[in-house]
Design a protein around this ligand. Sequence first.
Ligand code: HEC
Length: 112
Amino acid sequence: MLPLATSAILLAVACQPEPSPPKPKTLTASEVHGERLYKTTCASCHHADSTTPLNGPGMQGIFKNRFLPSGAPANDERVHEVIVQGRRNMPGFGQIFDDTQIRDIIAYLRTL
Ligand code: HEC
């Protein structure tokens, strides 16, 4: 009877009279940690809520495009490398952050 039960649930969901208002995005612990690091370290040069450049390019939707502003592929490896080594006018943070912290920053960037 599983298929029937499943369709009953789907039907119940589909028939809700009012669509529930979109829930505010809840971040995971890792993303929250990354956001904190971002605000203290990256936000002075990068807007989180727009693509307009500040000192460096805005980070909104940075992982939603295939390419980073430099033209490099928008993936974890590349962004990890930029954070560690820096790039032109961006300082590197390899001496400041460990891998876990960088992973959390990337997790946060993925929510933008
Ligand atoms: C002192 C200012 C400054 C700080 C602080 C800074 N950045 Fe940058 N960032 C820049 C500049 C400038 C660029 C553009 C580099 C270039 O010329 O391609 C950049 C570029 C980038 C890029 C795009 C790289 C590409 O390949 O296009 C990413 C992603 C990035 N920064 C992430 C971060 C993160 C995450 C932090 C915090 C850990 C951070 N930045 C902190 C100035 C900064």
